[in-house]
Design a protein around this ligand. Structure first.
Ligand code: G1P
Length: 190
């Protein structure tokens, strides 16, 4: 019934602990890994942490967008969040990517959340209510996000991770270089 509903289904497994949500169609490349960066921020602030990146305003309809003000290095205090706003309604240019660290309290709000944007039960709407009683921070992660829900993003991710792969990366990189030669064509592909 939507991302919020899916997260709520994990409640019996999670129990009363803070937990991470990873949306698999957002593939993250970072050093340290992006979720590890976020766990560090959670340990420092003991607050909900939303992974965000700067997005073009016209892409706001693809994201949860935060209302936030700068607070610390790469950290913003979140005062609001809205799911897939129109560009003219977007509260900032910070879009939530598919990485969250949330307190178990969010389940309480998910239980009460009704259909929102797109007719789905939205995690974003539960976080908006959570903000009334808990601190939530946006973290501008260091690294790169690939949107694998998009065909081109999926291809870019495959190439980036292929080139870095410990076993096949070197050969794959040579292969990619060879097919990127200007004269490469379907007939001459190695
Ligand atoms: C979901 C969330 C949205 C978030 C996005 C990141 O949307 O609902 O808030 O910004 O993931 O990828 P979806 O992409 O599932 O429509």
């Amino acid at each position: 019934l939507g991302l919020g509903h899916a997260v709520l289904m994990a409640r019996p497994v999670v129990g009363d602990e803070p937990f991470a949500v990873l949306l698999a169609d957002d593939l993250m490349l970072g050093e340290p890994p992006v979720l590890a960066q976020m766990v560090d921020q959670y340990r420092r602030y003991q607050a909900g942490i939303l992974g965000v990146e700067e997005i073009p305003r016209e892409h706001s309809t693809r994201y949860g967008v935060v209302d936030a003000r700068p607070w610390d290095d790469r950290i913003y205090q979140v005062s609001g969040i809205v799911e897939k706003p129109k560009p003219e309604d977007a509260p900032s240019n910070l879009g939530v990517v598919g990485r969250y660290i949330l307190p178990a309290r969010v389940f309480h709000f998910l239980e009460q959340t009704r259909q929102g944007a797109g007719g789905e039960i939205q995690l974003t709407d539960a976080i908006a209510h959570l903000l009334n009683e808990r601190q939530v921070l946006a973290y501008l992660f260091s690294g790169r996000r690939f949107d694998c829900g998009d065909k081109l993003g999926y291809l870019k991710a495959t190439i980036a991770f292929g080139k870095l792969h410990p076993e096949v990366g070197a050969d794959f990189t040579r292969y990619m270089d060879s097919i990127c030669e200007p004269q490469a064509s379907a007939e001459t592909l190695p």
